[in-house]
Design a protein around this ligand. Structure first.
Ligand code: FAD
Length: 384
């Protein structure tokens, strides 16, 4: 059986960057992309404005296509499957091309039951955010529903914003979002927070931030031209601020006769992120974007509706590392542990990079940077 030099698992920014470096080093990496979302998390978003080198921004899928093409150019072999397990099958001298490293051969098993052997493996399988699981969440994802304040906060300047969660991340996101939103409401299902006392104090001291406890979100609403949603037809606000599902519900009838909802939807899709459109003196919230949420008090059962332009869900992330079993050490939440600033895991010859390691930064550029480090670590392992 062929023994690859390196198998990279995962096709996000970390995996593709590792492939570019290893390909250029002449190590002919094989990259297992994952069956469902080749390209990683960014294929699920629209405009990426903070990846260096693109002053006008770039669509997430276009960025990932370009990374893939660059990896391909340097000889990466792509395998479009999921990995189901990794094991070390040879504890002897299979660790390096010249037989000097002692990490053993790593065997990667794919969903199809095919197996691949390699001297080194880079795990770059990212993470997925936990979802609320309420109606409207999927529909308005990327159109007002977001899981990353750093990525999307900028798009909601002077708009009311809701954050859901009660941990440090939720508070950090809420405080950060006060720089953009006209108001930020943090909604938490209990009356006490997991977040540190100092974060809660900071939040309480911030005039723009309201804490709504014992409350859950039960549905997310917005204007969606495609579904015939009642809100879509009537979601016209009279000012640029606080678009309200209930404001001027019949205003569409006073719009110019030539204006239909389809072209409005087209404008929204082209700009990517929600942006209001002003026509004939009235401002339409971007078609297909969030306008309000339904909430329920968990103690009294009381229900209500809150107007908002954005819902930032901050209830945690799950690293996609279950398939690694016990072959590498992980923390209690499943993030792979690495040695200091390196990408070396507890098993010689297995490296890890990107969001499956990094619970703090979780950005495309930080994942790409770590992918570079993993490639250099793997190269050193294979050639020293
Ligand atoms: C909606 C959204 C918008 C975002 N916007 C921005 C932004 O504007 N700017 C920014 O910097 N960051 C943004 N991010 C964050 C950024 O996408 C991530 O930080 C980055 O993609 C992490 O890269 P990664 O390579 O670690 O993992 P990922 O991008 O998560 O890629 C992981 C890859 O591993 C694969 N995989 C998983 N399990 C397996 C398996 N068992 N076998 C094989 N393959 C597997 C997946 O299919 C995927 O291809 C956004 C994230 C989301 C969700």
């Amino acid at each position: 059986m062929t023994v690859h030099n390196v198998i990279i698992i995962g096709s996000g920014p970390a995996g593709y960057t590792a492939a570019i470096y290893l390909g250029r080093a002449g190590l002919h990496p094989a990259l297992v992309t994952g069956a469902l979302t080749p390209g990683g998390q960014l294929v699920n978003t629209t405009e990426v404005e903070n990846f260096p080198g693109f002053p006008d921004g770039i669509l997430g899928p276009d960025l990932m296509d370009a990374m893939r093409a660059q990896a391909e150019r340097f000889g990466t072999e792509f395998i479009h499957e999921d990995v189901t397990s990794i094991e070390v099958v040879d504890g002897g001298d299979g660790g390096s091309a010249d037989g000097t490293a002692t990490g053993g051969i790593k065997r990667v098993t794919l969903e199809s039951d095919d197996v691949l052997d390699a001297r080194a493996v880079i795990v770059a399988t990212g993470s997925s955010y936990r979802k609320l699981g309420v109606p409207g969440e999927e529909e308005y994802s990327g159109r007002g529903v977001s899981y990353c304040a750093t990525c999307d906060g900028f798009f909601f300047k002077d708009k009311p914003i809701v954050v859901v969660g009660g941990g440090d991340s939720a508070f950090e996101e809420a405080l950060y979002l006060t720089r953009f939103g006209s108001s930020v409401t943090l909604i938490h299902r209990r009356d006490s927070f997991r977040a540190s006392a100092i974060m809660v104090e900071r939040a309480r001291a911030n005039d723009k931030l309201t804490l709504l406890t014992d409350t859950i979100v039960t549905a997310i609403h917005g204007g969606n031209a495609g579904t015939g949603d009642a809100v879509a037809a009537g979601s016209v606000a009279t000012s640029a601020g606080s678009p309200s599902a209930n404001a001027v519900p019949s205003a569409t009838s006073s719009l110019p006769a030539s204006l239909t909802l389809n072209p409005i939807g087209g404008i929204t899709l082209n700009t990517g992120k929600p942006a209001d459109i002003t026509l004939g003196g009235v401002t339409l919230p971007a078609a297909g974007s969030v306008t309000s949420i339904d909430i329920r008090n968990t103690v009294t059962g009381e229900t209500g509706t809150l107007d908002t332009a954005a819902v930032f869900v901050a209830i945690g992330h799950s690293p996609a590392t279950a398939f690694t079993g016990d072959v590498v050490r992980k923390d209690d939440d499943g993030y792979i542990l690495v040695d200091g600033a390196s990408t070396r895991t507890s098993t010689p010859g297995i490296f890890a990079a990107g969001d499956c390691v990094d619970r703090t930064y979780r950005q495309a550029i930080s994942a790409a940077g770590m992918g570079c480090r993993a490639a250099l670590d793997a190269q050193a392992y294979l050639t020293n």
